[in-house]
Design a protein around this ligand. Structure first.
Ligand SMILES: [Zn+2]
Ligand SMILES: [Zn+2]
Length: 163
């Protein structure tokens, strides 16, 4: 989706609302295609000579928990904010988005921001207990019968002395 922003840069328009759906179902991340039902709502504004994009991206993340391998399927959102420029003169700032011919490829920008926003580990919940390393049981469903040696190392050292 290519947005034409020339009239904003020329000051003929002050605000361009964004309210659209974009298809990122073909974007691979971490070996999965997790981004679905992506919508972008916000605006691009011309104010005091600066063109700023502010938008909220809503999407459904479909993947698996990195700890227990259950399916993760939930709505998530992300705030985007960028200053759009048509030339980089003296400032070479990473937060600026350089446009070619006053055109913004919105889907490419959203894709980049979504990927940058992903955590290194995706969990089904912050309290996920994961799988037993011995028998593989999902510990969210209850404990298993394996013996988990979780002896405090300080106590272990004391135990050695006593032995
Ligand atoms: Zn989990
Ligand atoms: Zn077990």
């Amino acid at each position: 989706m290519l947005l034409q922003l020339k009239s904003l840069f020329l000051g003929e328009t002050e605000c361009l609302p964004i309210d659209c759906a974009i298809d990122l179902s073909g974007v691979e991340w971490n070996g999965l295609y997790p981004f679905h039902d992506v919508t972008v709502k916000g605006q691009i504004k011309f104010s005091a000579g600066v063109v700023t994009l502010r938008a909220t991206v809503q999407y459904r993340y479909v993947g698996v928990c990195d700890r227990c391998t259950r399916e993760v399927n939930r709505m998530q959102q992300l705030q985007m904010e960028h200053i759009l420029v048509v030339s980089l003169n003296h400032e070479d700032n990473d937060s600026f988005v350089l446009l070619e011919n006053y055109q913004l490829p919105l889907d490419a920008l959203v894709e980049e921001d979504l990927i940058l926003d992903q955590p290194s580990k995706v969990l089904c919940s912050d309290e996920c207990r994961g799988l037993c390393p011995l028998c593989g049981k999902d510990l969210n469903e209850g404990s298993c019968d394996c013996r988990h040696e979780t002896v405090d190392p300080r106590l272990a050292a004391l135990q050695q002395l006593l032995d």
